[in-house]
Design a protein around this ligand. Structure first.
Ligand code: GLC
Ligand code: CA
Length: 575
């Protein structure tokens, strides 16, 4: 396709005005009563998405998989797992999405495959197999016998506890897996691996999909020397991340992928790279459109601000000022070059209303406040299933209530070799576990929340009696309705889409305030991130404006009060 390069630069990409909705198929809607969500379930709920008004649907993995990590361990990239359906049903879903004017994005998990993928089966069959080099194989550490304690080739820990190396008994060598042993890392140094991935991606695009969300894509280039990493206090294994986060060839690989897969059709597509540990400077490089890598990245800074010194499982709570500082830096950092993606929830994060809001008396207010703050930054907002009806964390009691490999492995490592108190470990799991996001979507107040007629694979939150899509949509205080309005606002308001961002009152501990401006138009967003009334600071740009502007959207009825009420958010048009 021949496009005028000047035109591409001046016309903002379509996704600057888009909102993406993420579906975690296993937990979305079950059509056949086996207790697991599936493609027909998704098809049956497309009207819900169309009515919400989203532009893009992203599907977490539906490919063939032994499901050790709920599909993020893929054994065939070009088949649908029978748990979810068939390729024919996939085509039907794609058509249904397109008919409603939406786009469909697939999850692309190519840092690793499943250990049951034929590529790994071949690779592990002998040291001289032609695919041996498709994965990272190493001998035991010098001076150690394979299998001996400490014999792993490097000291790196895996993201799911334990070492990131496993011994393969057939060939006597170790293979690298940054995640579970069932998720061996592909060796992107090998050009055949890269070509095989690009061919698969082209196959999906040719089938009609509209882009990819790329799983841990900034991990694909490793320092081939694989040096040992530092061991933090209280940890069993080293941290190798400096040797694989945004590694030496990452930009080269993404540019090659762009040439081989996206060139010529990128204007219609959307690509987002999931990038734990990515810095602003790196993100700028990844998303600078002239470099032709990805459209936007998921950065992780803001979802780590409530971690204590021990990391994710050492929850300390959020100081709002840290979030303001962080988001302000990202807004400024990508203001001229690149683009932000905006999220608080996904399948790896606990529910925002429980984590950052109040999931009791002020559930409606705090859910809508966070929605407005998030969606009105500059960037592309992502909604995770259930967020649009204010779903909360789940009341997990014992370790048996969890299903997630990360949570369960952590429990046994922490209570076993690390000798932590089980109740203390559970306390952190209850607030931070990924399973909080993975309980079934609550559609109705009825049996199993209308998710399934069978036995759900993970417990349905008992609060579905009051929190569910049906009741929410019928309520005068509907979280769904608020999300609809935010999406409409982005669609019709150029200032929301492209306006400059400026943070106000950056040091205030509970006020979140900012403006968006674009050629004479100015929006002011003020939010009270607390459960008490908030007197606005004496600054005229805030105090007077918060009363005098015309209210575009808010989460309280009645007129504008001088003080902000608990979890109140106001979106005001100033000029
Ligand atoms: C990403 C996914 C997560 C998965 C991991 C390994 O972080 O979002 O769910 O467990 O990669 O694929
Ligand atoms: Ca099913």
């Amino acid at each position: 396709m021949n496009r005028d390069p000047e035109e591409t630069v001046s016309e903002p990409a379509w996704w600057t005005g888009a909102v993406v909705y993420q579906i975690y198929p296993r937990s979305f809607a079950d059509s056949n009563g086996d207790g697991i969500g599936d493609l027909r379930g998704i098809i049956s709920k497309l009207d819900h998405l169309e009515e919400l008004g989203v532009d893009v649907v992203w599907l977490s993995p539906i490919y063939s998989s032994p499901q050790h990590d709920n599909g993020y361990d893929i054994s065939d990239y070009q088949q649908i797992d029978p748990t979810f359906g068939t390729l024919e049903q996939f085509d039907e879903l794609l058509e249904g999405v397109h008919q409603r004017g939406m786009k469909l994005v697939m999850d692309l998990v190519v840092n690793h495959t499943s250990s049951e993928h034929p590529w790994f089966r071949e690779s592990s069959s002998s040291t001289d197999n032609p695919k041996r080099d498709w994965y990272w194989w190493r001998d035991a550490r010098e001076g150690f016998e394979a299998g001996e304690k400490g014999a792993e080739p490097t000291n790196w820990g895996s993201a799911f506890s334990g070492p990131s190396w496993s011994l393969d008994p057939t060939t006597g060598q170790y293979y690298l897996h940054l995640f579970a042993p069932e998720q061996p890392d592909l060796n992107w140094e090998n050009a055949q691996v890269r070509q095989a991935v690009y061919a698969m991606m082209n196959w999906w695009l040719d089938r009609g999909v509209d882009g990819f969300r790329m799983d841990v894509i900034n991990f694909i280039s490793k320092d081939p020397a694989l040096p040992d990493g530092p061991v933090q206090p209280g940890k069993l294994w080293g941290d190798g991340s400096q040797y694989y986060i945004s590694g030496p060839r990452i930009h080269e690989y993404l540019q090659e992928m762009h040439r081989e897969v996206f060139d010529g059709r990128e204007a219609e597509l959307i690509t987002v790279g999931e990038m734990p540990g990515v810095t602003i400077d790196e993100a700028k490089l990844f998303t600078d459109p002239t470099r032709r890598e990805v459209d936007m990245v998921f950065q992780f800074e803001h979802v780590g601000l409530d971690y204590g010194p021990g990391g994710k499982w050492d929850y300390k709570g959020l100081d709002l000022r840290d979030l303001k500082t962080s988001w302000n830096r990202w807004q400024k950092g990508l203001a001229q070059t690149g683009w932000n993606s905006l999220y608080l929830n996904n399948h790896d994060q606990p529910r925002l209303v429980s984590r950052f809001g109040n999931d009791g008396a002020f559930r409606y207010e705090s859910a809508t406040l966070w929605a407005a703050l998030l969606h009105l930054h500059r960037g592309t907002p992502y909604i995770y299933q259930g967020e649009e009806i204010g779903m909360t964390n789940a009341p997990f009691e014992t370790v048996e209530d969890f299903r997630d490999i990360e949570s369960i492995n952590h429990f046994y490592e922490a209570t076993g070799p690390l000798r932590h108190e089980p109740e203390e470990v559970l306390r952190n799991l209850r607030i931070m576990s990924r399973d909080n996001a993975r309980t079934p979507v609550q559609w109705t107040p009825g049996v199993h929340a209308g998710f399934t007629t069978g036995t759900p694979w993970i417990g349905v939150n008992p609060n579905h009696a009051s929190i569910n899509a049906e009741s929410d949509r019928a309520s005068s205080r509907s979280v769904f309705r608020f999300y609809q309005q935010l999406i409409e606002l982005r669609h019709k308001n150029e200032t929301v889409r492209l306006g400059n961002f400026a943070m106000l009152a950056e040091d205030h501990p509970t006020l979140y305030a900012f403006t968006r401006t674009l050629s004479g138009s100015k929006l002011l967003v003020v939010g009270n991130v607390s459960g008490s009334d908030l007197a606005l600071p004496d600054d005229p740009s805030l105090k007077d404006s918060s009363l005098s502007g015309s209210l575009v959207l808010g989460n309280y009825d009645g007129g504008l009060t001088p003080e902000l009420r608990p979890w109140e958010v106001r979106v005001l048009q100033m000029t």
